[in-house]
Design a protein around this ligand. Structure first.
Ligand code: GLU
Length: 491
C-alpha cells in the first residue's frame, strides 16, 4: 500500500449498525463540499469493527441513501480505489504491525482482566466517587504473573499507556484551539483480534492519505488518543475539523431510537426531495454569505469556507425542511416532477412496476395540478390515485360521503345531463356547462354545487382542481363516477 500525497483527501467513515443515520449524510455533505471545491478525492470507508452492532443490510442502505442524496464518493468498498480494501474487517492484517510497534516501544500493554473484573472495578470506583478508568492491574506483568491473580482471562486485549502528561490540546479547522479531557488507557486491540475504532481510524486515515479528518463533535474527546497514536507511530498528523452535532428542539442529540428523523430512509419515506434535504442539512451547519437560505450544492461548493460553519448545535427544524421541500417541488420542471410522482405512485402500489404510456401521460397531465399544492411526495397517491384506479375501484371516503347534502342527487343528475351533451371535453367547457347547469340553473352556490361532483370523481373532499381533473379523467369515466355516486345516494 502506497501513501498518498498531494491534493486533499477526505473521508466519511460510517459504521454499518442499522439504518443509516442522518448525521452520516450531514458529514458527507460537508466533506464533499470541501473536496469538490479543492478538486480532491472523497473516500467512503466502512468501519465495521464493532461486530456486536454490525448489521449486514445497512451497508447497501448506506450506498442507496447517499446516492439518492447525490453525495457521491470517489473510492469505497463498492467502487474500489488505490487504497482498497475500504472495509475495516478486511484489513485486520494491516493493523497488527502497528500494535506490535506500540507494544515494543512500551506505548501499549496487554491486559488480561476479565469483563467481570472490569465491571467490579467500575462499580467500586463509582461507589467511592472516584474517576472511572482502567486501574492498570496488568501493567508491567507477564501473562504468567497476571494468571496468578484473580479476574484473569486467557485472551488479552491491548491498551494504550496514556502518559502522565498527555497533549490534550489540538487545533481544529473549525474551532481553533480545542481542549479535550484526559483519556483513559484506551483498548486498541480487542480480544477478538479486531482493532477498536481508535487504532483503525488512525492507521487507515494515514494509509489512505486522508488530509482532513472531518467528523462529529462527539469525537473531540477521542482526538487526544489519536494525536498520541500519530505521534508514537511517527505518522504525519492530518487536520481535524469537528462539526456540530445535530440536535432535537430540546437540544438533545438526535438518536435513531428516539427520533424517526434520525434515519435517512425516513426522509425518503416522507417524500422529501434529495435537493431539499441537502439544502436543509447544509443550512443546519452553514451560513451562506448574506444569509441566503435556498441554495444548491454547487453554490455551497463555490462559497465553502470552514470559517462559516456554525459551532453551536443546530436544531433540526422540520417545518423549515417542509418549507424548503415545497419550494423545490415548485421549482423543478414538470417532466422531472412527473417522473418522481410516478416513482412515488409505484412505491405506494398505485402504479405497477412498468406503468403504461397512458398512465405516465395521465400523471404528466396532472402534475401542474399538484405542483403548487404539494409539500411532500407522500401526498402523491392521496392526490392522484383517483386518476389511476378503474371507476369500480374508486374508494369514496367516509368523510366525503358525510359531506353530501340532501340535494346531492339533484346536483348529480343536472351535472350528468349537462356533461352528456357537451360538444368538447375541455376544462373550460366543463366548467362553463356546470356553472350554467348548477349555479345558474339550480341556483346552488358554487361551493355546494361542485362538492358532490368532487366526491363522485375523486372520492375525496379535497382534491386537485375539479374541472381539470375531469378533463384528464375523460368524459366516460367522469360520467360513470357521477352515476355511481348517484346510485349510492339513492340507496
Ligand atoms: N466510525 C465512526 C462513526 O461512525 C467514524 C468517526 C470518524 O469519522 O472518525 O462515527
Amino acid at each position: 500500500m502506497s501513501e498518498a500525497l498531494g491534493p486533499v483527501r477526505l473521508r466519511v467513515a460510517p459504521s454499518p449498525t442499522g439504518d443509516p443515520h442522518v448525521g452520516t449524510a450531514y458529514m458527507s455533505l460537508f466533506n464533499l463540499a470541501f473536496v469538490r471545491q479543492q478538486g480532491g478525492q472523497f473516500v467512503l470507508r466502512v468501519e465495521d469493527t464493532d461486530r456486536a452492532r454490525y448489521r449486514d443490510d445497512s451497508e447497501q442502505q448506506l450506498y442507496d441513501t447517499l446516492s439518492w442524496l447525490g453525495l457521491h464518493w470517489d473510492e469505497g468498498p463498492d467502487k474500489g480505489g488505490p487504497f482498497a480494501p475500504y472495509r475495516q474487517s478486511e484489513r485486520l492484517e494491516t493493523y497488527r504491525p502497528y500494535v506490535e510497534q506500540l507494544l515494543e516501544a512500551g506505548h501499549a500493554y496487554r491486559c488480561w482482566c476479565s469483563t467481570e473484573r472490569l465491571q467490579e472495578m467500575r462499580e467500586r470506583q463509582q461507589a467511592l466517587k472516584q474517576p472511572t478508568g482502567y486501574d492498570r492491574r496488568c501493567l508491567g506483568l507477564t501473562r504468567d504473573e497476571r494468571a496468578e491473580l484473580p479476574g484473569f482471562t486467557e485472551t488479552p486485549v491491548v491498551r494504550m499507556l496514556i502518559p502522565e502528561d498527555p497533549p490534550l490540546t489540538f487545533t481544529d479547522v473549525i474551532r481553533g484551539e480545542v481542549n479535550a479531557p484526559r483519556p483513559d488507557d484506551q483498548v486498541i486491540l480487542k480480544a477478538d483480534g479486531f482493532p477498536t475504532y481508535h487504532l483503525a481510524v488512525v492507521v487507515d486515515d494515514h494509509l489512505m492519505g486522508i488530509t482532513h479528518v472531518v467528523r462529529g463533535e462527539e469525537w473531540i474527546s477521542s482526538t487526544p488518543k489519536h494525536v498520541l497514536l500519530y505521534t508514537w507511530l511517527g505518522l504525519p498528523m492530518p487536520q481535524f475539523a469537528h462539526m456540530p452535532l445535530l440536535r432535537n428542539a430540546n437540544k438533545s442529540k438526535i438518536s435513531k431510537r428516539k427520533n424517526p428523523a434520525a434515519r435517512l430512509t425516513w426522509f425518503q419515506e416522507q417524500g422529501y426531495l434529495p435537493e431539499a434535504l441537502r439544502n436543509f442539512l447544509a443550512l443546519l451547519g452553514y451560513s451562506m454569505p448574506e444569509g441566503q437560505e435556498v441554495f444548491s450544492f454547487d453554490e455551497m461548493v463555490e462559497h465553502f469556507d470552514w470559517q462559516r460553519v456554525n459551532t453551536v448545535g443546530p436544531v433540526f427544524d422540520l417545518d423549515k425542511l417542509d418549507w424548503l421541500n415545497g419550494h423545490y417541488i415548485r421549482s423543478i420542471d414538470e417532466g422531472d416532477l412527473a417522473g418522481r410522482l410516478v416513482q412515488r405512485l409505484q412505491l405506494d402500489g398505485a402504479l405497477g412496476d412498468e406503468p403504461t404510456q397512458q398512465q405516465r401521460d395521465v400523471v404528466l397531465a396532472a402534475t401542474p395540478l399538484v405542483q403548487t399544492r404539494m409539500v411532500k411526495l407522500d401526498e402523491t397517491t392521496g392526490m392522484l390515485g383517483f386518476l389511476l384506479v378503474g371507476d369500480d375501484g374508486l374508494v369514496v371516503e367516509d368523510d366525503a360521503i358525510g359531506s353530501l347534502r340532501d340535494d346531492a342527487g339533484t346536483v348529480l343528475d343536472a351535472a350528468t345531463a349537462a356533461l352528456q351533451q357537451l360538444p368538447e371535453w375541455t376544462t373550460s367547457a366543463i366548467e362553463a356547462a356546470l356553472r350554467a347547469a348548477l349555479v345558474e340553473g339550480l341556483g346552488v352556490k358554487p361551493k355546494l354545487a361542485f362538492g358532490p361532483l368532487r366526491v363522485a370523481v375523486t372520492g375525496r373532499r379535497v382534491s386537485p382542481p375539479l374541472f381539470e381533473s375531469m378533463e384528464i379523467l375523460g368524459r366516460e369515466s367522469s360520467l360513470r363516477r357521477l352515476q355511481a355516486l348517484r346510485q349510492r345516494v339513492i340507496a
